[in-house]
Ligand binder design. Structure first.
Ligand code: DX5
Ligand code: ZN
Length: 223
């Protein structure tokens, strides 16, 4: 049975000067998550949003966070963040030697644990932590920047993740896709098995602005 698709808006793409009004529109349209990209300049060659951004965003909205940690050694830094029940927190399996313990710790905070995979990383790396996962984040671009192009092989990877979850009886685990989720790519990602979509510059946020019409078009592409 197909899971209902959800939209996680990439807040790094939203014009900071218009955040408050954009957040109101997101609430009115039923956005499921704020996708919060955290970067350390080490795992990815960029810096991005931060711990205070999450705290400040929580003062203006109750939409849960979908915190994407593109940082080395996340197991040592999880307490830097205001992680709350209802949030997704994703760590890259390439960044920790203790993935299972890190996922357990995220769940101990009441949040939903997600493992992120770079395009080249085999999904086999997750085979022995499926019991500890609420979601798998399939990077469909190399992480670190908005506005990149899809890595074509990741479409098959989404289908392979879906197949592995079915084969192992873990179909409850969500499949999120992040990177160049354009309206065209979103249709193919949905067909491959994705059910949470990071909406950024490719499919929803143009010139830093979120619009009702843009959301409606994106929604149609993933239903
Ligand atoms: C990439 C970021 C995303 C996303 C932005 O590291 O995690 O938030 O790519 O959206 P696009 O790719 O549509 O600009
Ligand atoms: Zn992201």
């Amino acid at each position: 049975m197909k899971k209902a698709s959800e939209i996680s808006v990439s807040m790094m793409c939203v014009d900071v000067a218009h955040t408050r009004e954009m957040v109101r529109l997101m609430e009115e349209n039923g956005v499921s998550y704020f996708h919060i990209d955290i970067m350390d300049g080490e795992f990815v060659p960029n810096f991005c949003l931060g711990t205070d951004y999450i705290r400040q965003l929580r003062t203006i909205s109750k939409i849960p966070m979908d915190i994407h940690l593109m940082i080395e050694n996340p197991d040592r830094k999880l307490d830097y963040f205001d992680i709350r029940p209802g949030d997704f927190v994703s760590v890259h399996c390439e960044t920790t030697q203790h993935l299972q313990r890190t996922l357990q710790y995220i769940r101990s905070k009441g949040a939903k644990a997600m493992a992120a995979l770079n395009p080249a990383t085999p999904l086999e790396d997750l085979r022995y932590v499926l019991d500890d996962l609420d979601g798998i984040l399939v990077m469909t671009v190399n992480p670190g920047f908005a506005g990149q192009k899809l890595v074509p092989a990741t479409l098959q990877k989404i289908a392979d993740v879906k197949a592995m979850l079915k084969e192992t009886g873990h179909e409850d685990i969500r499949i999120e896709v992040d990177g160049n989720v354009s309206l065209t790519n979103a249709v193919r990602m949905r067909q491959a098995g994705a059910d949470i979509f990071v909406a950024g510059t490719s499919g929803l946020i143009h010139g830093g602005i979120f619009t009702d019409e843009g959301f409606e078009n994106f929604r149609k592409a993933i239903d």
